[in-house]
Ligand binder design. Structure first.
Ligand code: HEM
Length: 406
C-alpha cells in the first residue's frame, strides 16, 4: 500500500493558508523538528515542545539584550528600517528580562483586571449596537461591520484615542503587522517604516496632551505608573501604546471572523450553540481559539543551544512554534480535528505561555463572548452567502471578508 505524501508546508500558497492542517499532520509525523530552508527556521509542530519552548529562557523574542547582530551571526537590518525596529524593539513583546520584567510590571499597574472588568458593560453595549445595525442592514460583511469595529473601538476607548482619529489605527496596524509575516518584502518594510513614523508621531502628540491634562484613560495611567521611582521612558510609552493598539485588535478581529466561518462549516455545532448560547459560549470561544487559531506561528531566537526530540538546535538559530499544529496534536487533545464547542479539557496555547503570555486575554475573552452572544441572539439565522477568501498573511491568519445574511 502506498501512502500519499502529506501536502507541503508552504506558507506562501493560498491553498495552504486556507487549510494548513493536513501539512501540519505531515510535519508532526515527520518528527519533532523540521528545518525549513526558505526561512532558515526550525519548525516545531508538537504541542508539548511548543509549550515547553514558550517557557524556556534559553530562547528569546530578541537576542539584542545579550548579543550584537554580528555576535549572533546575523546582519543588522538596513538603517532605513530603523523607525520600525525602534518602535517594535521598545514594546514589551519584543523585549526580554530585565527590560521586559520592568515594563510588564509598569504596564500591568495600568492594565489591571479591574480596568478590564469595568469595561464589561461598555463592551456589551458596543457589541449590541454594532450587531443591531448589522441586522437592520440585513447583513453584509461581518469583518467590516462587527469583527473589526468592536475591538478597535474598545482598545481606542481604553487608551483615550479620540473617535475622529480611530480610522487611522487599522491601516497603521496592518502596515506594521506586515513585518511579522515570513520573509517580508522591501515594499512591506517601506510601508511598515512609514506607518511607524506616522503612528509614533501621532502618539507623541497624544501623550503630550495627556501629560498636560491627565484623564482616566490608559495613557494617563501609563504616564503616572511608577514602581520604585521607575517610569516608562517616552519611547517605551509610545511603543507600548502602539503594541496595545495593534495587539489589542488584530487577533480578536480574526478570531471573530475565523470563528464564525468555522461555525458555518459545522452546522450541527452551530445549532447546539444556538440552543444554549449562555451555557455553551465560554467553552465555545475557547474551542474556536483552539480549532482555527488566529496566530498560527510565533518565532523565537535560540540564545543557548537547545535539544528538541534528540536534535540539537544551536545558538543563533530561529525556531518557529506552530500553534495551529500544536492545537491539533492528538498526543494532547482528544479527537483534535473534531470541533466540540463543549470541550472542557482544552489547554490551548492561543494566548501563549511563559513571560509573554497575552496581557489582553481577559479583554479578548470579554469581547468575543459579547460579539458572538449578540450575533447568536439578534441574528438567529445568520448564514454565509459567499465562500470567503483568506488574507495572504499566514502568521496572522484571517479572512478578507465574511459575507453573510441574517
Ligand atoms: C483573540 C485575541 C488575542 C490573541 C489570540 C492573542 C494572543 C497573544 C499571544 C499568543 C501573545 C504572546 C506572543 C508570544 O509569546 O510571542 C500575546 C501577547 C500580548 N498580547 Fe495578545 N492576544 C489577543 C488579544 C489581545 C488584546 C485584546 C490585547 C489588548 C491589549 C493584547 C495584548 C497583548 C500584549 C500587550 C502582549 C505582549 C505581552 C508580553 O510580551 O509580555 N492581546 N497575545
Amino acid at each position: 500500500m502506498s501512502i500519499a505524501p502529506a501536502p507541503a508546508f508552504d506558507p506562501w500558497q493560498r491553498a495552504f493558508i486556507a487549510d494548513p492542517y493536513p501539512a501540519y499532520a505531515g510535519l508532526r509525523a515527520q518528527g519533532p523538528v523540521t528545518y525549513f530552508e526558505p526561512t532558515g527556521q526550525w519548525l516545531v509542530p508538537h504541542y508539548d515542545d511548543v509549550r515547553a519552548l514558550l517557557r524556556d529562557r534559553r530562547l528569546g523574542r530578541t537576542y539584542l539584550h545579550r548579543f550584537t547582530h554580528e555576535e549572533f551571526g546575523r546582519t543588522a537590518p538596513p538603517a532605513a528600517h530603523e523607525p520600525f525596529h525602534t518602535l517594535n524593539g521598545n514594546g514589551l513583546l519584543d523585549l526580554e528580562a530585565p527590560d521586559h520584567t520592568r515594563i510588564r510590571r509598569l504596564v500591568s499597574l495600568a492594565f489591571t483586571p479591574r480596568t478590564v472588568e469595568r469595561l464589561a458593560p461598555t463592551i456589551t453595549r458596543l457589541a449590541e449596537d454594532l450587531v443591531a445595525g448589522f441586522v437592520a442592514d440585513g447583513g453584509g460583511d461581518l469583518v467590516a461591520a462587527v469583527a473589526e469595529p468592536l475591538p478597535v473601538a474598545v482598545i481606542a476607548e481604553m487608551l483615550g484615542v479620540p473617535e475622529a482619529d480611530r480610522p487611522l489605527l487599522r491601516p497603521w496596524s496592518s502596515a506594521i503587522c506586515g513585518m511579522f509575516e515570513l520573509n517580508p518584502t522591501e515594499e512591506t518594510a517601506r510601508r511598515a517604516v512609514d506607518a511607524s513614523v506616522e503612528f509614533s508621531s501621532y502618539l507623541r502628540g497624544l501623550i503630550a496632551r495627556r501629560r498636560r491634562d491627565l484623564g482616566d484613560d490608559l495613557i494617563s495611567a501609563l504616564i503616572t505608573a511608577h514602581d520604585d521611582e521607575d517610569r516608562l521612558t517616552e519611547q517605551e510609552m509610545i511603543s507600548t501604546c502602539v503594541l496595545l493598539l495593534n495587539a489589542g485588535h488584530e487577533a480578536t478581529v480574526n478570531t471573530t471572523a475565523n470563528g464564525w466561518f468555522t461555525l458555518f462549516r459545522h452546522p450541527a455545532e452551530l445549532a447546539r450553540l444556538r440552543a444554549d448560547p449562555a451555557g455553551l459560549l465560554p467553552t465555545a470561544v475557547e474551542e474556536l481559539l483552539r480549532f482555527d487559531t488566529p496566530l498560527q506561528m510565533f518565532e523565537r531566537w535560540v540564545l543557548d543551544d537547545i535539544e528538541v526530540g534528540g536534535t540539537v538546535i544551536p545558538r543563533g538559530s530561529e525556531v518557529a512554534l506552530l500553534f495551529g499544529s500544536a492545537h491539533r496534536d492528538p498526543a494532547r487533545f482528544d479527537r483534535p480535528d473534531v470541533l466540540d464547542l463543549g470541550r472542557t479539557e482544552n489547554p490551548h496555547l492561543a494566548f501563549g505561555a511563559g513571560i509573554h503570555y497575552c496581557l489582553g486575554a481577559p479583554l479578548a475573552r470579554l469581547e468575543l463572548v459579547a460579539s458572538f452572544g449578540a450575533l447568536l441572539r439578534r441574528a438567529p439565522e445568520l448564514r454565509l452567502t459567499t465562500e470567503p477568501e483568506w488574507n495572504p498573511g499566514y502568521v496572522i491568519r484571517g479572512l478578507r471578508e465574511l459575507l453573510v445574511e441574517v
